[in-house]
Design a protein around this ligand. Structure first.
Ligand SMILES: [Zn+2]
Length: 144
């Protein structure tokens, strides 16, 4: 049962995973590194990564997720953002093909309200909140 649930989650997110792998293949041809980690393909670095890191902040990004693929400008960005991007992986698993339209709709609604379309996006807020909760849990468990 658990195995079929996992297969369904991969299939449900597969259209975006295929898109991510297609973009990632271009990156790999231009020197990016591809690896599989925690059930997700991670593609980082190379010429595309260096180009993206030079974009102005409003256009640029350090990492993005498409289905079960995380694209990052470099290894350090990937390491810093992995937990956040894995929340997006779970969102793709939950919403499947609907995820990107819902994400864009959430950004549009925030923009129409005069708010930041990235920071106030429902899915970004969920990702930041989950990472913050995890870090608080780890910090509190270290303190004892
Ligand atoms: Zn995010």
């Amino acid at each position: 049962m658990v195995r079929s649930d996992r297969l369904l989650r991969y299939l449900w997110a597969a259209p975006y995973t295929v898109l991510g792998l297609a973009l990632g293949a271009v990156g790999v041809l231009l020197g990016a590194t591809l690896r599989r980690h925690q059930g997700v393909f991670e593609i980082y670095g190379g010429l595309v990564g260096r180009g993206l890191s030079r974009l102005p902040p409003v256009l640029g990004f350090s990492a993005m997720t498409l289905g079960h693929v995380i694209l990052a400008v470099d290894r350090s960005s990937l390491d810093a953002l992995r937990m956040h991007e894995h929340v997006h992986v779970r969102q793709y698993e939950q919403w499947g093909l609907l995820f990107v339209p819902l994400y864009l709709l959430s950004s549009l609604l925030q923009l129409m309200r005069g708010r930041n379309p990235y920071r106030e996006n429902h899915f970004e807020r969920q990702a930041y909140a989950e990472v913050d909760a995890h870090r608080r849990l780890v910090r509190d468990s270290i303190r004892g």
